[in-house]
Design a protein around this ligand. Structure first.
Ligand SMILES: Cc1ncc(C[n+]2csc(CCOP(=O)(O)OP(=O)(O)O)c2C)c(N)n1
Ligand code: SF4
Ligand SMILES: [Mg+2]
Length: 269
């Protein structure tokens, strides 16, 4: 299982929430078939995970992991496609891809490392930064309310919606495993403290709780998603909010786009 982590030099800051997410992913993938898992990452601190995991992987452009993953899944339905993306990556730079993949129920798992900041580019606000967030581009604080990613995903028709926390690795592993096993678009929002720009560990340790009741009906799931709106001081529910079985994008496409890559390689010799 340990050989899923490569001996590459890791440049995440000591204590970064990304370590907890990487461990949870490693544990989850080791219970699936690592050889059939493809990891696509975005650009940002989170994106470096492609360099650190011993998995087939693609380092996509900023905000473009989801369409790359969608294409890979259409080409080879046998693969488990996991997109590890950032909040700026997904809710800002590549937001249209998030919208359309959820809408068409692409059978991929999207794990958002949400540190609520553009971290690698040294602290600019993203869509989930709280109102008043002071940063390099908002020295007097932002003047916008944050987006609620869970409520957004539910409104877009995502068929698996969950929230985990980098500080609860065992719980997060379960969410990732369930997301990977789900047939359809799996959206897992992960609260990931960035110890350098926005250290939310104390706040999340105090306020995050695991929901006793999961797999809620859609309206209840949306109500639960709004319990904490990324701005108020409420308790923060974690777990699987919603799951629904619906025909996937690939099932609806049939085999028209399926590519036998090995046969193509043979033919081109
Ligand atoms: C198209 C494009 N726009 C902007 C950038 C610059 N850029 C590189 S990393 C980054 C921040 C990424 O933030 P986020 O997705 O939240 O990831 P984090 O670093 O927080 O993990 C930005 C804006 C880029 N590489 N490509
Ligand atoms: S800047 Fe923040 S998100 Fe990036 S590695 Fe350091 S602690 Fe992690
Ligand atoms: Mg970020």
């Amino acid at each position: 299982m340990d050989n899923l982590i490569l001996p590459t030099k890791n440049t995440w800051c000591p204590g970064c929430g990304n370590f907890g997410i990487q461990n949870a992913l490693k544990e989850a993938v080791s219970e699936m078939d690592p050889g059939k898992t493809v990891l696509i990452s975005g650009i940002g601190c989170h994106g470096k995970i492609s360099d650190y995991m011993n998995l087939n992987s693609v380092y996509a452009l900023h905000g473009r992991s989801i369409p790359v993953g969608t294409g890979i899944k259409i080409g080879n339905r046998e693969l488990n496609v996991v997109c590890m993306v950032g909040d700026g990556d997904t809710y800002d730079e590549g937001v249209s891809h998030f919208v359309h993949a959820a809408k068409r129920n692409s059978d991929i798992t999207v794990i958002v490392n949400d540190n609520r900041v553009f971290a690698l580019t040294v602290n600019q606000p993203t869509s989930t930064s709280p109102r008043g967030y002071v940063s390099t581009t908002s020295p007097k604080g932002t003047t916008e309310d944050p987006l609620n990613p869970l409520d957004t995903a539910l409104s877009l028709g995502a068929t698996f919606v969950a929230r985990g926390y980098a500080g609860k690795q065992e719980h997060l592993k379960r969410l990732i495993l369930e997301g990977m096993r789900h047939r359809g678009f799996s959206f897992i929002e992960v609260l990931q403290p960035c110890v350098v720009w926005f250290n939310t560990f104390p706040e999340y340790n105090e306020r995050c709780y695991e929901m006793e009741e999961e797999y809620l009906p859609i309206e209840k799931a949306r109500e639960k998603a709004r319990e904490w709106d990324y701005a108020n001081d409420n308790q923060i529910p974690l777990g699987i909010f919603y799951k629904e079985e619906k025909p996937t994008n690939e099932e609806q496409l049939g085999d028209i786009h399926q590519v036998d890559v090995l046969a193509m390689m043979e033919e081109s010799k």
